[in-house]
Design a protein around this ligand. Structure first.
Ligand SMILES: Cc1cc2nc3c(=O)[nH]c(=O)nc-3n(C[C@H](O)[C@H](O)[C@H](O)COP(=O)(O)OP(=O)(O)OC[C@H]3O[C@@H](n4cnc5c(N)ncnc54)[C@H](O)[C@@H]3O)c2cc1C
Length: 437
């Protein structure tokens, strides 16, 4: 029996002991689903995809019920690096080859909308999640820097995107208190946020818009049909439409989706408070960083002057016993000066990847839609996916269709066998990182 990631690594019904949870604008718990209910749309999953979908559907006048197995924002949405990145997970040059120039442009425009949507949701619903501009991409290998700069120029010339600028080695060393990188880019059109507070703000906005939310209400079965029936241990919903927004925690709830969307764990630590000068000595500007390792290191300063550092992946579904030790290693490669610094918080989260690293948007049946598998690039895109899904249910499916047209293939062996092949492939790439290839 495969491990159920909804229960494997975390206590039931509570947020992990992250820095985000410690600084959350908490909401009172929502009730557990009991008995039979009817809705126009049922949404499964209370992350960015589900919450945004529910909010946008309610704003369109639908009666919406959202079911979350744990707490809203409990999944990847409340645990991630907070980077509101530009573009899709695959770069535009790849997408131009993969889907042709017209769809590639549409995908670029959607990714721009995604960042704008995050910002405007924060403003409209007064979501206090420390939205700040700026993400730098930095390279370990000198040979990668010209490509990074050429890509910035491509975005500039082909898409008119001028918020991204090249960084040479001196500028990179000046920005980051380390000499390990050879250059990169700084994208002031991207941003970073406190992701759990964004999710909690979306939940509040959804509730205000009329969405009925239930927590600790794990869906155990979906009976397709019109209406579709959704069951939990203590209740049942019949709905005209269903949105499946479970991402890395889907398990076996929908086999076709599970064969295309694979869970994978990633980890973050928060150092003790370093003081303003200490934190600025590591990252001069209040921007987030992502580097060029295959197992990406991503980090930024927190509002209370810590370093929030993400990195280290494991290819077992169980979190390692010592997350601090796992993440400390890449952190010290970049910042050896932190060797005696205490790590106050350490947590893991489950994201979902696809074979081609583009999200899986699909109509699972005429009245069941799904979006997931953002492959580590879902803060903005999952939020947008919610709006796109709501529009598709309302009959405006142009954006949903362009996302769904991106070819997706199952992992070799489908759900049952995807895991061993992933472990092999990922371990090989992680080894390349360690060898500096
Ligand atoms: C450590 C980490 C760092 C990351 N960093 C970044 C980053 O910096 N930038 C970026 O863009 N992306 C990042 N990501 C990815 C990003 O967090 C996700 O793409 C995004 O949050 C996906 O949102 P979601 O709503 O689809 O999924 P989730 O937030 O995982 O939500 C799915 C929800 O569905 C619920 N659920 C599942 N099954 C059931 C069921 N049977 N019944 C009821 N509810 C169910 C779960 O409890 C969960 O709350 C990161 C992810 C992780 C884990």
């Amino acid at each position: 029996m495969p491990l159920n990631l909804l229960h494997a690594n975390d206590a039931r019904g509570s947020y992990p002991a992250s820095w985000y949870a410690a600084t959350a604008n908490t909401l009172p718990p929502f009730p557990v689903l009991e008995g039979d209910h009817k809705a126009d749309v049922c949404v499964i999953g209370g992350g960015f995809t589900g919450l945004s979908s529910a909010l946008h559907l309610a704003q369109r006048g639908y009666r919406v019920i959202l079911l979350e197995a744990q707490r809203v924002g409990w999944g990847a949405s409340g645990r991630n690096g907070g980077q509101v990145g530009s573009g899709q997970r695959r770069d535009q040059m790849d997408l131009e080859k993969m889907v042709g120039p017209d769809d590639a442009r549409h995908l670029w425009n959607l990714s721009q909308d995604a960042k704008t949507l995050v910002k405007s949701l924060c403003e409209t619903h007064t979501i206090d999640c420390a939205h700040r501009p700026g993400v730098a991409h930095v390279d370990w290998n000198a040979a990668d820097v010209p490509h990074e700069h050429a890509y910035a120029e491509h975005l500039n010339k082909t898409y008119g995107y001028t918020d991204i600028k090249p960084l040479d080695r001196a500028a990179t060393c000046d920005l980051l208190g380390t000499e390990v990188y050879h250059g990169g880019t700084l994208d002031m059109g991207a941003a970073h946020i406190h992701p759990l507070n964004f999710a909690l703000g979306l939940a509040r906005a959804a509730q205000d818009a009329g969405v009925i939310l239930y927590e600790q209400s794990e869906v155990t079965g979906i009976q397709q049909g019109d209406p579709v029936t959704i069951s939990t241990a203590t209740g049942r919903i019949t709905a005209s439409h269903l949105v499946v927004a479970c991402n890395g925690y889907l398990g076996g709830l929908h086999e076709k989706t599970a064969s295309r969307v694979m869970p994978i764990n990633n980890f973050i630590v928060a150092t003790e408070q370093l003081g303003q000068d200490g934190a600025e000595a590591l990252i001069k500007q209040d921007v987030a960083i992502a580097d060029s390792k295959f197992v990406v290191n991503y980090y930024r300063r927190s509002a209370d002057h810590r370093l929030l550092f993400g990195g280290g992946e494991t290819y077992s579904y169980r979190f390692p016993k010592d997350i601090r030790a796992l993440v400390r290693k890449p952190m010290l490669e970049i910042y050896p000066q932190l060797k005696d610094v205490k790590l106050d918080y350490a947590w893991g989260g489950t994201l979902a990847i696809t074979v081609n690293r583009m999200p899986y948007f699909a109509r699972l049946s005429p009245n069941i839609l799904t979006a997931s598998g953002y492959s580590g690039h879902g803060v903005a895109l999952a939020t947008l996916a919610g709006r796109i899904t709501a529009a598709a249910i309302a009959g405006q499916s142009e954006d949903f269709d362009v996302m769904a047209r991106v070819p997706t293939i199952p992992f070799p062996g489908g759900r049952a066998l995807r895991y061993p092949s992933l472990v092999l492939a990922m371990s090989w790439y992680a080894l390349r990182d360690r060898l500096g290839l």
